[in-house]
Ligand binder design. Sequence first.
Ligand code: NAP
Length: 263
Amino acid sequence: MLREVLTAQWCLESKVEGDRMKVALVTGASKGIGKACALRLAKDGYTVVVNYSNSDAAAQETLSQIQAAGGEGMVYKADVSKLDQVKLMIREVFKAYGRIDVLVNNAGIVRDEYLLMINPDTLDKCFELNVKGYIYCAQQVALKMFKQKSGVIINMSSVSSKFALAGQSVYSATKGAVNSLTQTLAKELGGYGIRVNAVAPGFIATEMIDAIPEEKRKAYVEQIPLKRFGTADEVANMVSALVSDQFAYVTGQVFVLDGGLSL
Ligand code: NAP
């Protein structure tokens, strides 16, 4: 019944596998880019798992918006920088839905510190979430995708991995690692029907950017050929396209979406 209703609503037969809806897990989906990806993938016909680590009300709001638009999903609180929590989350998602078709590795943090001021805690936190967290999620999801012989992983990178910004050595190192991880996983997993790509946004108007002082933000806008920050929906559009069959022959690539900043 659910299948008929949703299929009729979105005319998206391709999002149904056997008797089950295809499932997308978006990490860090309570806010910002992750939230926009979750809403977009739900609109595309996926059942969406909204992962987050702290913001209960915001995550619930993401799910409410999905449901208000006729979509399906659940919220799942887990700190993805912790392997035991990731393992439990994937096990529970699989128990609930029986499959995982898309992983958007999005949850990430930025800490701007110049080299001589880098705090060891910054180093640990950034690498634990932005690198180890992506590896943990990819590893645990791949175990399920191997059996399905299909799946798509999108890693949220950053233009900082390609375009140097003073003060971002730690953050950009984590995102450079994400790009390398994307290429290596694409090679390792391609034979199992799993594609892996990365999206590298420039400045996107989210809470992460709100935290930058006004003066600095104005200076950044000046450097962008399109003279504005991007929107989370614009990133979600790219993720939606990349997970679709339109990109079935594309893997191991890093797609920059930055209004021309890195040119
Ligand atoms: P954001 O608005 O700060 O949102 C971060 C999300 O990650 C929140 O949903 C947060 O949930 C979640 N999160 C944080 N720590 C987590 C953890 N340990 N486990 C699970 N979830 C966790 O960030 P954003 O700006 O949307 O950025 C999202 C991604 O895009 C990041 O990887 C970032 O590096 C990348 N990016 C952003 C920009 C930009 O301009 N905004 C540019 C380039 C790349 P809770 O609040 O519940 O913790």
